[in-house]
Design a protein around this ligand. Structure first.
Ligand SMILES: [Zn+2]
Length: 148
């Protein structure tokens, strides 16, 4: 499971930091979770709560997760837009919808899924789809609160 691997990374990073700074106990771990990692927060917390018991340093620590948006950079207008995986998508224009319909039938794709992905990475400034996801797939330990 993906979440267990991520929890393990967070755990290892906490232990390393604690050893480096000679910390005995971490009480809070602030993690930034990119929206496009597709990590389920509840599963991550669940996984971490199992893993943290391996060390007295983290045994009583709490994982605090902040979700961060994906960022796309437009190759046409060069601007960046923030996007969320579950954000409501604008409707596809009629002529594009027909085209997509044909396409999804041909390749037996779920129509909703196809519609979502085609609009998800669209530039919010000029509506171009010629974009790259430049951020949103990272998991960062932002800071740790330790017991004095
Ligand atoms: Zn653009």
């Amino acid at each position: 499971m993906h979440e267990f691997a991520v929890a393990d990374q967070i755990f290892q990073s906490c232990i390393e930091t604690a050893n480096h700074h000679q910390v005995d106990k971490i009480i809070e771990i602030n993690v930034e979770l990119g929206d496009f990692t597709l990590v389920v927060e509840e599963l991550l917390t669940y996984s971490f709560n199992i893993m943290k018991k391996q060390s007295p340093i983290t045994a009583e620590s709490e994982l605090v997760i902040t979700r961060t948006p994906g960022v796309i950079e437009c190759n046409d207008c060069k601007k960046t837009s923030e996007i969320w995986f579950n954000e409501e998508q604008e409707e596809v224009p009629k002529e594009e919808a027909d085209e997509l319909d044909n396409f999804t039938q041909k390749v037996h794709l779920n129509k909703d899924l196809r519609f979502m992905s085609i609009n998800l990475f669209r530039c919010k400034h000029c509506k171009s789809r010629n974009t790259n996801l430049i951020s949103g797939k990272d998991i960062k330990v932002k800071n740790l609160k330790v017991q004095e």
